[in-house]
Design a protein. Structure first.
Length: 598
């Protein structure tokens, strides 16, 4: 028999660990099932007809879908159409989107054979054993499978972890021992150019009301020696990034320290590891170790969600904002770790003004990424149960995102959506890190600046999605001139510096200073470097004109590269060399050197 495990990912760069984990677990227990399991991955951007045709041509005897909020709409459509194309072929669903209201799913999709509820490794193994024993799956003359392939519920009812039509729950299944799940990345060619996800723990010790992880408070750790062995595999193959899916990676001090120490000692200079951590749990010992990591080796994501104490209490988070500030300052102080801080709009007791205060407090910590998310009301979460009490209205279909609450009307949600776009475009891109702090001086607070920028884009009809980087810089300069009209020269130079930090431009933007008068001096510098390399060591053998194309020299009237005091004009213009062979590992900025004639 052929059981097709199917994933529908949000993007091509994503992968679905669930289907690989199910297969690897089964094969470790029953190697004879190797020919019985097929995998298929698609994305939500595929045409439905393309996916249907591909699944049909695989001629599966049974199908399983891994269901999440991002793919649920498409999977429902696939189920309905596949039941016509492959009559008699049982279709099974699993994953968080179907595990918490399975009866409602069965009513909506009578075409399915049942639902694998919760963790699926052992349940899937039992299901395969059932089909091998009970279902010969003989083909009829027209190529369809016999109806006997849909096994009787009376037999399936003996398998814990299922939800079946008519029978409902077959009983809860014991949680899987995490170390028993085999490593499934033996063939990395399947994951080329995609994010690799890794799980070293399951469960979460916290009870955040919006999160499904709060349901399972039992934290299970994968054996540390096993984890180290598997991480070494990634390091040996120099994969670009490994993203830990642990809900609170540092909930166990020894576990976290062991992993961070290992990746430090076995660093290959290439691989980056992403961790989701709880700031309140981070110790000085852990911070000290993290400071010793290679720049770019690790990045930390911290879910702040809000700094409103009433909101935090209501959603059952107990964040110490002072400790959070301390931790972020320490993490960023080493200039070696990317820090991502997350906020959620639409939480109880947080109105527009309160969210603005949360934004300003988190923004003041200067994370490399400030993610503005919107509350998603997930089935099975405590937030789902409390929705009526909060006057919480949300999308009926996935991703179940907030529309309005008792405190936040829909008009304000719309405004926050537009602010989110501006933050993503200008702050999270890290392409405007020198001009933004100066521009902020024209506003009472950062939130007000992004609010005004969002209005400016809308009023003037500017495009948010544009392939032109120069366009975004030019729009920002026009916007800045309305609030800091007497600083046009400084703002133009700050934008010029930010732009050249990232890219050796082929054409200069219209706002950039004319450099013709400095050309003889710049040419003389490159000719000297050709003869006797000083600032461009490693470029030996290149002619002066080649060096001018490979690097860039810009003359500035302001010290735009400094963190403070950029607005004080220099007595003499300064020449800044941009070297694109050496880049900052956190931001991708070119190495810069100030050059003065001798």
């Amino acid at each position: 028999m052929k059981f097709l495990l199917t994933a529908v990912n949000a993007k091509y760069i994503h992968s679905n660990p669930a289907i690989y984990s199910l297969r690897s677990y089964v094969l470790a227990k029953e190697p004879s099932f190797a020919e019985d399991i097929m995998l298929a991955e698609y994305t939500i951007n595929h045409e439905l007809s393309v996916v249907l045709a591909d699944i049909y041509q695989k001629k599966p005897d049974a199908i399983g879908f891994s269901c999440y909020i991002w793919n649920w709409n498409m999977i429902r459509d696939l189920v309905r159409e596949l039941s016509k194309l492959l009559p008699g072929v049982p279709i099974w669903l699993g994953g968080p989107e179907v595990s918490y209201e399975p009866e409602q799913v069965l009513q909506e999709l009578p075409e399915i054979a049942g639902i694998m509820v919760g963790e699926g490794e052992e349940t899937f193994l039992a299901l395969l054993r059932h089909y091998r024993n009970q279902c010969p799956c003989q083909e009829q003359s027209d190529g369809r499978k016999q109806d006997s392939c849909r096994a009787e519920n009376s037999t399936l009812s003996a398998i814990p972890g299922l939800y079946l039509p008519g029978i409902k729950s077959t009983g809860a299944r014991k949680l899987t021992e995490l170390s028993d799940i085999p490593f499934f990345y033996e063939d990395l060619s399947v994951f080329q150019n995609r994010i690799l996800y890794y799980e070293s723990s399951r469960g979460c010790p916290f009870r955040c009301s919006y999160c499904l992880s709060s349901i399972d408070k039992t934290v299970r750790l994968r054996d540390l020696q096993l984890v180290k062995k598997e991480l070494q595999y990634f390091l040996d193959h120099k994969v670009p990034q490994v993203k830990f899916v642990d809900r609170t990676f540092n909930c166990n001090h020894a576990h976290a320290m062991g992993i961070w120490q290992y990746i430090k000692e076995h660093d290959n200079g290439v691989t980056n590891f992403h961790f989701e951590i709880e700031a309140d749990l981070l110790t000085d010992e852990e911070l000290k170790l993290l400071h010793t990591l290679r720049p770019g080796l690790a990045q930390m994501e911290i879910g702040v969600q809000s700094t409103n104490p009433v909101t935090l209490q209501e959603i059952r988070r107990y964040t110490n904002v002072d400790k959070l500030c301390y931790v972020v300052e320490k993490l960023r102080g080493g200039h070696n770790i990317h820090v991502h801080l997350d906020l959620i709009a639409g939480l109880p007791y947080e109105d527009y003004a309160s969210f603005g205060r949360s934004f300003n407090e988190v923004y003041a910590m200067r994370p490399e990424q400030l993610q503005l998310g919107f509350l998603k009301v997930l089935k099975g979460s405590y937030m789902y149960e409390k929705a009526e009490d909060y006057g919480l209205s949300y999308l009926t279909k996935p991703p179940y995102e907030v529309l309005f609450t008792r405190w936040l009307p829909y008009e304000d949600v719309i405004k926050l959506k537009k602010i989110e776009e501006m933050v993503e475009l200008y702050y999270n891109s890290n392409q405007f890190r020198h001009v933004l702090p100066v521009l902020e001086r024209g506003f009472p607070e950062p939130f007000a600046m992004y609010e005004a920028l969002a209005v400016y884009y809308e009023v003037h009809g500017y495009y948010i999605q544009t392939p032109s980087r120069a366009y975004r810089y030019e729009v920002l300069l026009r916007f800045a001139m309305e609030y800091l009209p007497d600083q046009q020269e400084l703002l133009a130079e700050l934008l010029t510096y930010d732009m050249y930090l990232r890219e050796n431009l082929k054409a200069r933007a219209g706002f950039m200073r004319d450099q013709k008068e400095w050309y003889p001096k710049v040419q003389a510098f490159y000719e000297q470097e050709e003869k006797n390399p000083c600032l461009l060591k490693g470029y030996e053998g290149y002619h002066a004109r080649q060096l001018m194309k490979m690097t860039h020299m810009e003359v500035f009237a302001y010290p735009v590269w400094e963190e403070d005091g950029q607005e004080k004009k220099l007595k003499e213009p300064a020449c800044i060399l941009f070297d694109y062979r050496e880049r900052d590992p956190l931001y991708g900025d070119a190495r810069t050197v100030e050059w003065r004639e001798t």
